[in-house]
Design a protein around this ligand. Sequence first.
Ligand code: SAM
Length: 242
Amino acid sequence: MQMSSQGVSLFLDSARELGLELEPTLPYFQLLYQNLIEANAITNLTAIRDERGIILKHFVDSLSCLKSGKLEGSLRVVDVGTGAGFPGLPLKIVRPELEMTFLDATQKKIAFIEGVCRKMKLAQTHCIWGRAEELGHDPAHRETYDRALSRAVSALNTLSELCLPLVRVGGFMIAQKSVGVEGELEQAQAAIQKLGGTVQEVITFQLPGLGELRTLIVIEKTRPTPPSYPRRTGVPAKNPLS
Ligand code: SAM
């Protein structure tokens, strides 16, 4: 099943509000839409299943990461806890020059993304079934990424421990959040500091189409992460740094 003509208009108009002309990329988004609907019919990939929800809450919301201004050029990017590929897949379609690594702890989600990348013939994509806590100690990944992105995975204190060890000094972590992040930010300050990060910018805006507010928290990696982080799998969530 493809996006309806109303769905296509909603998508293109909302993307235009983000400053993106996405007509040429429509076949890719149609293929992603179709694959999501088909896969969701047989397995539980994502709770958002209606056309409007997929377009606005998955596609447009993912693309709103571009508002950070930190995703231009040939960058090595990791999407931590990507689920069914959000925000990484829409960003890779629109910015093909990004080398995108999709990381998730759930095998079927990574298998889905692998299949979609193959069908779309997306170059420079890597799909990893694993835990961020483990990848963060693997020399092939630790402090090698220019950017770490993440949406809807955990509170910022835990998330910083999952993402910052993967980012090189001088790179950035970008956390996608809704609104009311002040308390979360306050609670995460000590963790961010311990992990070698510095909050650079907090960007709040209205998401096109939905009108809901969204926030991007941009954290610069200013110092190396101490070797003891990330802690064992599950510990960052159970006992967040404070
Ligand atoms: N980012 C996607 C989105 O916004 O649609 C998925 C969000 S889903 C609520 C959270 C995902 O994070 C799950 O797919 C889960 O498997 C993954 N996840 C949670 N903790 C993780 C960890 N420590 N390492 C890797 N993946 C993790």
